[in-house]
Design a protein around this ligand. Structure first.
Ligand SMILES: O=C(O)CCC(=O)C(=O)O
Ligand SMILES: [Fe+2]
Length: 358
């Protein structure tokens, strides 16, 4: 991304702030630039979302039977309501999941100077890939209580290996391969739920489709009720796979104006739909608004795989879903422009999907 030369000074990683290595903040350890909301007293308990666990083995078995039909019904209900679900029996070994989480922890535990070898601020310019924080466009922008490392993992020949820390290399390559297989199993099931050709969604993914891995690190926050680990947003992806730390909550999803905790279950993965799927399904499937709230005591890690279409492609609602009674609800959008819009809107705390609605 280019830079107009007016970028405010680079930020300290939140991990450094949280460790108190740079003096106390304005609000009990939280500098005012991170204060996103008014404190609440915590008296209203956040309800838990009734997100189903889908058994992938059952869902995708070749001979459709009662078991696969009941998994498909659960999946349909989840995609039309929450826009997210947990997946079990997904074919990714727990040992690999643990190795990826451990490698990520090892990366963030390194001294700052080591991590800064992968910085996303190069010569004062913000780059999408690398270690750091989101682009800061203005002094007013409310900052998130998290650091991240962000890498393009597919197409494989577009990997910038200089940004791949040695501790992550092998496990990330293997994890990417397994996650892509998982995505490839899910897409036909989703197409069938919409009575589209089984390959309809898979066929959208050309060799130029892009996958990004994002390693999120949320340090403990002395005043978690004042900040967001990540502000409310939808993912601009087609579909997102999230491996959350099963020891700690913090991810929340919005439904009908109310926030719900997304449940954790050991060894499962969370799948959430992104805006590209919401657009192509003409809004039948939802790209959920979600956010992350940090913990007062514990650090939290997540590893997220964003599957997105070729940036040069234009997408619109599938023709088969549109008729007199079901008009298109979204405009044609170019992936590249849409994603650029996401970063701009996210910084302002707004939702880019609104720009695609008719
Ligand atoms: O950390 C999480 O659980 C979710 C992260 C997320 O929503 C994102 O990186 O877009
Ligand atoms: Fe997200």
């Amino acid at each position: 991304m280019e830079n107009a030369g007016e970028e405010p000074a680079p930020l300290l990683p939140v991990q450094e702030l949280a460790a108190g290595r740079h003096g106390a903040g304005d609000d009990g350890g939280v500098p005012s630039r991170y204060v996103a909301r008014r404190a609440h007293d915590g008296s209203e308990e956040t309800p838990t979302a009734a997100v189903p666990v889908i058994d992938l083995g059952r869902l995708c078995q070749p001979a459709a039977d009662g078991e696969s039909a009941s998994e498909a019904a659960k999946l349909r209900a989840a995609l039309q309501s929450w826009g997210l679900f947990l997946v079990a029996n997904h074919g990714i070994e727990v040992s690999l999941m643990d190795a990826v989480t451990e490698a990520s922890r090892e990366f963030f535990r390194q001294p700052l100077v080591e991590k800064q070898r992968y910085t996303n601020m190069v010569g004062g310019n913000f780059q999408l890939e690398g270690y750091g924080n989101d682009r800061v466009a203005t002094e007013e922008q409310v900052l998130d209580w998290s650091d991240r490392h962000y890498l393009k993992v597919e197409p494989q020949d577009e990997r910038n290996l200089a940004l791949w820390p040695p501790c992550l290399r092998d496990v990330l390559h293997e994890f990417t391969t397994k996650c892509t297989t998982l995505k490839d199993c899910l897409l036909p099931e989703m197409a069938k739920l919409l009575e589209l050709d089984g390959n309809y969604f898979s066929n959208q993914f050309s060799g130029k489709a892009e996958t990004y891995a994002r390693f999120n690190y949320y340090p403990p926050c002395p005043r978690p009720e004042l900040v967001f680990g990540l502000k409310p947003h939808t993912d601009a992806s087609f579909i997102t796979l999230v491996m959350v730390d099963s020891n700690i909550g913090g991810l929340q999803v919005l439904r009908d104006g109310e926030w719900y905790n997304v449940p954790n279950k050991p060894d499962t993965l969370l799948i959430n739909l992104g805006d590209q799927m919401e657009i192509m399904s003409n809004g039948i499937f939802k790209s959920p608004v979600h956010r992350v709230v940090p913990d007062a005591e514990k650090e939290r890690l997540s590893v997220v795989m964003f599957y997105s279409l070729d940036p040069e492609r234009e997408i619109q609602p599938a023709g088969k879903l549109i008729d007199e009674n079901h008009p298109a609800l979204y405009k044609k959008v170019k992936i590249k422009e849409y994603i650029a819009g996401l970063f701009e809107y996210f910084a302002q705390g707004k939702l880019v999907i609104e720009t695609a609605k008719i």
